[in-house]
Structure formats: C-alpha cells, structure tokens
Design a binder for this molecule. Sequence first.
Ligand code: NDP
Length: 352
Amino acid sequence: NRRVVLKEYVEGYPTEEHMELVPGGEVPLRLTGDEPAGSVLVRNLYLSCDPYMRPKMSRPLRESYTAAFVPGSVITGYGVARVLDSSDPRFAPGDLVWGITGWEDYSVVKPPVTAFLAKISHHDAAAAGGGVPLSYYTGILGMPGLTAYVGFHEICAPKKGETVFVSAASGAVGQLVGQFARLAGCHVVGSAGSKEKVELLKSKFGFHDAFNYKEEPDLAAALKRCFPDGIDIYFENVGGVMLDAVLLNMRVHGRIAVCGLISQYNLKEGEKDAVRNIGALIAKRLRMQGFIEPDHKHLYPKYEAWVLPYIRDGTLAYVEDVAEGLENAPKALIGLFHGRNVGKQLVRIADD
Ligand code: NDP
C-alpha cells in the first residue's frame, strides 16, 4: 500500500521534497478483523488537490479551522473510492463513495464512516458528453461544488442584474461561481493568471468579461474598466492586493464572500499583505463574510438535485485537470500555488 506522507512542516511555498511516496507491502483485500467494528476498507480511485491542504501543512496556528497534518503520517484529503470490504452495514463491497480519504492506494476508514464518506448514487461515466463521470465528485459534485453554491447563493444572496466579480475564476470553485452568477442573471467578470485561462472564462464558462491579473499594472484600474458602475458582489478566492483593488471598486451595500485567500497561504508570518482599503467597508456600507463549506453539508442534497440536470443537459461546463498516478500527487498539489492547473486539479490513481 503506497502512501504519500508529509515529511516536515512547511514554511513558505511547498515543494515535492516536503512530501514522500512511501512504498508499502501487500494489502489484504479484506478487513483483517483487527480494525474497530464499523470500519470500511476502500480502494482509492481519485484524489482531490485542494488549496486548504496547504495551511494544514504548516505548524498548527491559532486561526486554522482544520487540524494540521502530522509529519510522517499519510496526507488526507477528499477523494473518490470503491468499497472493498465493510463492517458497517450501510456500506457494501462494490459501493462507490466520496469524501475524506488518504493519499494512498487503499485506506481503512474508521467509524463513524458516514462522517467521512458518502455513497455515490449518480454517475454514468460511459455516457458520451453530458455524462457524470466519477471524478466529478472531487469537484462540481463534491466539496468545491457545494462551496461555490453556498458561497454564491447563500452568502452573496445575488439579485438579477447585479454585477459580480470572481477571482481565481478558472479554478474548481471559480468556474462554477461564474456560471452560477450567469444563471442568476448577473453580469459576471473573472480574473485569472494566464491568457489561456482568460480565454476559457469567456469562451467556455460564459463570463461576460475577464482579465489576466498578472498583466495588469493597476488592478483597481482594470476593475474600473470592467465595472464602470462598480461591483455588487465579490467572490473572494485570493486576497492580498486584489482585495484592496476590489474594495476601491465596490458599490454601496455590496457584499464580499470570503471563500479563500490563496495569495496569502505560502507567505511567512510578517510577510502577509495588509488590507489597506478596509475603510471602504464603512464608507460603502459593505458586508464581508467568511464561510466554510463544512458548515453547510446539510445543503448537499439540495445542491446535488439542483446541479445534476445542469450537468446532464450541458448548461454547465466543467473543466478538470487530471494528473496520473499517486506518485504525481505532490507535484499536482504544489501546482495549485503556481497556477499550473487549468480547471479542477485532481489525480487519478486507479481505474474506475
Ligand atoms: P483553484 O482550482 O482555483 O486553484 C488555485 C488557483 O489559484 C490557481 O490555479 C491560481 O490560478 C490561483 N492562484 C494561486 N496563487 C495565486 C496568487 N498568489 N494570487 C492569485 N491567484 C493565485 O482552487 P479552488 O477552486 O479549489 O480554490 C479556490 C479558493 O477557494 C482557494 O482560496 C481555496 O482556499 C478556497 N476554498 C474555500 C473553501 C471554503 O470552504 N471556504 C472550500 C474550497 C476552496 P491563476 O492562474 O488564476 O492565478
């Protein structure tokens, strides 16, 4: 059972040297009986690379909302797996599941298994176009999908005709927020870090406009150009200088949903960007609200029922970036922090 472990806590940008693929011995394809009653043995099929995994690689800090990884232990994260054996009557061999698993070929998930894994009941990988591949449960049908839905519909409370700005717009969450905004009748603009991504935003995801933030010497001016009358809703994925530029361009009574601050995750203490234009919150009577997806799990069935028809009839486009093999998982994860992923980054480690 090969597994990827964190070698040591990370300061600054993570590199492949911070992680190690540890070879393992043969795995019995059944539970041995030594596990706690109610355990489930799974074959991991897809692993998700998510930005929140980076803060978990740091020495634990006060503001973390999830526990840090433990050096020497397997990295955990979202994934899709097949059940091989189960001593929980709710799971049977052959079931497909998604949720929290390990960066390893096989995982034993301890009880209460339903706190970590959910059964997959909708997928049709064979369908050509409009199908629902299993891998979607790492993204549009998984944690990032619910994040985009909750963040946009619950936290931003959009109204038809409002203007919406999304940063990191071509990524897992951003590409969905942009499309949800369009479906809600909003005018939506995104930013991304390459020409190719900007093109994707406009041609594939239906953003009304987009710009490459790396080529804009003055972000506030770029936003003014895209939003001459200001921004009603900002879906915040990056933080730092982008947030400051947005604050200058918000409209009175605008809303900012703080989903993530990826530009800050690899900065050491003392290097993090100050927010200089915070005074705009008062002058413009803005509402700025952070949120985390785990608080909204109860909305998943509602979200899944809402989004599935849009996937099946092609209303929603969805782009994945699939790395091959467990050995390439560390590189794929690190790539998120350099913008190497185009769309949702995941790793296929075994055939469906
Ligand atoms: P993405 O698929 O968007 O991948 C990350 C992208 O961030 C990169 O491709 C890159 O795109 C961009 N990026 C990386 N570094 C920087 C930087 N220094 N400045 C600006 N952009 C940068 O990831 P996700 O969609 O999974 O996550 C997006 C955000 O949502 C993250 O901040 C994440 O932490 C947050 N999140 C929050 C959740 C919650 O519950 N609150 C749940 C899930 C995600 P580019 O080429 O455009 O720079």
